[in-house]
Design a protein around this ligand. Structure first.
Ligand SMILES: Cc1ncc(COP(=O)(O)O)c(C=O)c1O
Length: 530
């Protein structure tokens, strides 16, 4: 037995104690102070307010200590129950963190003895301290890489199903392009505005649909994501405020905060952004610009009705705030009447429209475009040239061929059919399997649906168990700007077959019902979003 006596300095050298313990008495249960001493050496900083779930924060901090060598091989981790008690966490949270560490080979559990550090002695480095150079530049991980028990259904990714890709039609389009006389031109460096035949085609379509006003221009980008990035680069100055939806697409949140912008979140309800809230923000804060997803918003699936589109435009015009209309999902409407784009309703030139081939066809080709006032598009072109010269021309040429041959429209019809069936399966399964007190949105298109679990459940805390049982989703906190909804989660349904959706939701429903039964407080139904 090691005595902690007066000879020890105020803070005991924990590693010495650990080594002695693992050498001499690892079979014995360790006294309660073990975890406390461990925490004196390794004080994790855990935030309940963070969008990163607690289990993942704990995992990341322990993993980083192991990788840096601050926790060395052979050291023992406190028991999950003890550490949970000391940190004021649920035991399942600590177990989930340990599971992830074990899955990565950083620790190993030994029956009856506890968990020991196994991994990663510090690597011999070149002398460059990469960890400190990169500190602060990290984007929070999406948290969906943890191991599955057996994967039944991953509702994590908002993307089309690869099973629906029309590979023969795509091959035919590639062959047509590869056989063309101008192939060498396609393979040569091109224009930052885009492959000219595709740019012309998109511009003609935009004019036909009254999306392009007389003074407008168009640039091809690497999807809507790059369009958002370029807009941020040309419009933002340090410390600027940007108005966005809350909850919001994480790709936009990370991009803007990475550029130093302050985000003001406009709550999203069943009908998209709350316009009265937006009006107050626009007039009081005068953000540098506003980003809105008019159709099938990610993550909620909500669509802005016509009167709200008009009111938004009016408020933005009055405050002289540009509107960035991100319409990545607009072509995937499964029910209800088409609505005019905000860009189409705008008679004052304050709106810029972003669209993409990603959701309707092939996200891997990375082709999207921006239509807007020429002075802005000119600046985007310069920024694009600096960033990557131009978008891959072979992808652009193949997509043009895919569109002009009629294959894109035929594929879109199949995507609409499949999307409608998948959405219907999701809504049916929510009704059938989610217990009373849970609420969910009812989108008319797109790829995402927003669920609020019955209180007091926390979707992030539930995730490790769901993953172990084969189901994954993204907890609502990933999408939060300033309104944390611990009970919320996003279900991205488009990538799953109806049968997988049903099976996945049956499992999730059972887990939720179990957790409600075991929850300490009485279950209050949460206010319905729809
Ligand atoms: C709202 C939203 N905007 C932009 C993107 C990125 O789209 P793209 O593949 O066109 O870059 C996504 C992708 O999920 C999205 O959900």
């Amino acid at each position: 037995m090691v005595h902690i006596g007066g000879n020890f300095p105020g803070v005991l050298c924990f590693r010495t104690l650990c080594r002695l313990r693992t050498q001499t008495e690892t079979e014995q249960p360790l006294p309660v102070q073990y975890g406390m001493l461990w925490l004196m050496d390794f004080a994790p900083s855990l935030s309940h307010e963070s969008e990163v779930p607690l289990y993942r924060q704990l995992y990341e901090q322990i993993a980083s200590k192991i990788r840096s060598g601050a926790l060395s091989p052979g050291e023992r981790l406190p028991a999950t129950r003890e550490l949970a008690g000391l940190l004021g966490l649920n035991r399942t949270t600590v177990s989930a963190a340990y599971d992830m560490l074990e899955a990565e080979g950083l620790i190993a559990g030994q029956v009856g003895r506890g968990s020991f550090v196994t991994g990663n002695a510090p690597a011999v480095t070149s002398g460059v301290d990469w960890d400190s150079l990169l500190e602060g530049s990290d984007v929070p991980a999406a948290g969906h890489s943890a191991t599955f028990g057996k994967e039944v259904a991953s509702f994590v990714m908002s993307r089309p199903s690869r099973d629906l890709f029309p590979l023969d039609e795509f091959r035919a389009s590639c062959e047509a392009v590869l056989g063309r006389q101008d192939l060498a031109t396609i393979l040569q460096l091109g224009s930052p505005s885009g492959y000219e035949p595709l740019r012309r085609h998109l511009m003609e379509e935009a004019r036909r649909q009254h999306l392009a006003a007389p003074g407008d221009d168009l640039i091809v980008t690497n999807g809507c994501q790059q369009a958002l990035d370029l807009i941020g680069r040309v419009l933002l100055r340090p410390g600027d405020t940007v108005a966005v939806e809350d909850p919001v697409y994480t790709g936009l949140k990370h991009l803007l905060t990475g550029m130093g912008a302050q985000l003001v979140g406009i709550p999203v309800g069943a009908d998209g952004m709350e316009i009265s809230h937006l009006e107050r923000v626009l007039s009081r804060e005068r953000p540098r610009f506003l980003v809105v997803t008019s159709n099938f918003q990610n993550p909620t699936g909500a669509t802005l009705p016509l009167n709200a589109r008009r009111a938004l435009l009016e408020a933005a015009r009055a405050a002289r705030v540009p509107v960035v209309e991100n319409d990545a999902y607009g072509e995937l409407r499964y029910s209800g009447a088409e609505l005019p784009a905000i860009k189409q309703l705008d008679e004052h030139g304050g709106t810029v429209l972003l669209r993409s081939f990603s959701k309707v066809s092939f996200p891997g080709l990375r082709v999207g475009w921006v239509v807007g006032p020429k002075p802005l598009i000119d600046r985007l072109r310069h920024a694009k040239e600096t960033a990557d010269l131009h978008t891959d021309q072979l992808s652009q040429a193949v997509l043009l061929e895919f569109a002009e041959s009629g294959r894109l429209e035929a594929h879109r019809s199949r995507m609409l059919e499949a999307g409608a069936r998948r959405l219907a399966a999701t809504l049916d399964a929510c009704r059938q399997f989610l217990p009373a007190g849970c609420r969910w949105t009812k989108p008319q298109g797109g790829m995402n649906l927003w669920v609020r679990l019955a209180e007091p459940l926390d979707a992030g805390e539930l995730l490790p168990r769901a993953q172990r049982e084969g189901v994954a989703y993204l907890p609502g906190r990933y999408f939060a700007v300033s309104r944390l909804e611990p009970g919320a989660l996003r279900l991205s349904f488009a990538g799953l077959a109806p049968e997988q959706i049903r099976n996945g939701l049956a499992i999730l429903g059972r887990i939720v019902a179990d957790e409600i039964a075991g929850a300490p407080e009485s279950v209050e139904p949460s206010s319905a979003m729809v």
